[in-house]
Design a protein around this ligand. Structure first.
Ligand code: KG4
Ligand code: ZN
Length: 341
């Protein structure tokens, strides 16, 4: 297939509860439309069946909006990239089926993208003033479904140095928030209240996990027990201490993450350090990374907010890189809920 000079990639993301479509021109974002699914707030977490149904309702409109905002016709597209996995099977199928049909109808290449790879490679979206990490670099990928420390040797070579053995860090945020009576997803709310609280007000015990792996289920249980015990003594405990509780939970999580990140830098000797994924929107994690840069001489890479939580621009940038490398998928490709890096 002849490579075109002007590359227009449509990215489609539907791995969890956000339906998103983006158009990139030569790696630059022309549009990045995200439709959130409010329905899950009623249940305090993502309900897979409802998520796939909502994707079906949103996908056509979201793609139309992305094309309109980019001011291009679908016939101008060079290739279509979609999230193959990991994620919720029903949700993935909606995006993949749409991508396959459109690629077939337009007779253009189809490109399958790994969602976790996309979170990391979002750092390569062409943006004025943004710096791109040189290879090799380390990335702490933190989201609602994953917690991974990854060494990236080139755009297509990833090595997972450590990951969570149980819950993801986003789950620790969201489940703690639920215990505190905050709505889903609670991560951003914990962040908001934490900014007004004392991070040393309460102490939670941290997991003792060897090497570069993580664990958050013990912390989650510890927080639950702590809240239950205190509410028994004082029914107004949460309302009276919300900001301090949030700040203390957040501080504990930041300490756990940076302890491992520091270890990874020491072990690999790599000082170019990036963060990615929904939880990388967290203000305290961002602040801490800048402190490490100043104190330890790391060179750090923090994504723009719109490319932290699930979005299709990150899928499209991987599509762009794979297009340049001629890595195309066949119409027989399947979604993979447990796709590895
Ligand atoms: O990457 P993402 O959009 O979806 C997955 O692939 O999982 O990440 C969503 C996660 C949720 O757990 C949400 O609570 C968390 O990112 N999150 C945050 C913040 N913004 C989003 N957690 C802590 N602080 C934030 N500011
Ligand atoms: Zn994600």
């Amino acid at each position: 297939m002849q490579q075109k000079k002007s590359i227009y990639i449509l990215g489609i993301e539907s791995s969890c509860d956000d339906t998103s479509a983006a158009v990139l021109h030569n790696g630059k974002v022309l549009s990045n439309v995200v439709a959130n699914q409010e329905i899950h707030t009623l249940y305090g977490g993502v309900v897979p069946e409802l998520a796939s149904r909502a994707h079906q309702q949103h996908i056509v409109v979201v793609i139309q909006q992305a094309l309109a905002k980019a001011n291009i016709d679908k016939k101008d597209l060079t290739a279509i990239a979609f999230t193959q996995g990991p994620g919720l099977m029903g949700s993935l199928l909606v995006g993949m089926s749409f991508a396959k049909s459109l690629a077939l109808a337009l007779n253009i290449p189809l490109i399958a993208v790994n969602h976790m790879q996309a979170h990391i490679l979002a750092h390569f979206i062409e943006e004025n003033g943004s710096k791109k990490p040189p290879y090799p670099f380390l990335c702490l990928t933190i989201s609602g479904g994953h917690t991974q420390l990854v060494k990236i040797s080139n755009a297509f070579t990833f090595e997972v140095l450590g990951e969570t053995l149980d819950d993801a860090v986003g789950e620790a945020f969201d489940k703690s928030a639920k215990v505190l009576g905050l709505t889903y997803p609670g991560g951003p709310l914990i962040d908001k209240y934490a900014q007004l609280g004392n991070p040393k007000a309460f102490a939670f015990s941290k997991p003792k996990i060897k090497d570069l792996d993580f664990s958050f289920s013990g912390l989650k249980t510890g927080i639950l027990r702590f809240i239950q015990k205190n509410v028994q003594k004082n029914p107004n405990f949460i309302e009276e201490n919300l900001e301090d509780i949030c700040a203390s939970i957040q501080n504990t999580i930041v300490e756990i993450l940076f302890d491992k990140l520091e270890k990874a830098v020491k072990q690999t000797g790599i000082t170019h350090v990036a963060i990615a994924g929904g939880v990388s929107a967290n203000s305290s994690i961002r602040k801490q990374l800048l402190i490490e840069e100043k104190n330890k001489g790391w060179i750090t890479y923090i994504p723009k907010f719109e490319y932290t939580t699930d979005n299709a621009a990150m899928i499209a940038i991987v599509g762009h890189l794979k297009y340049l490398d001629q890595q195309f998928s066949s119409q027989n490709i399947s979604a993979n809920a447990r796709l590895k890096l």
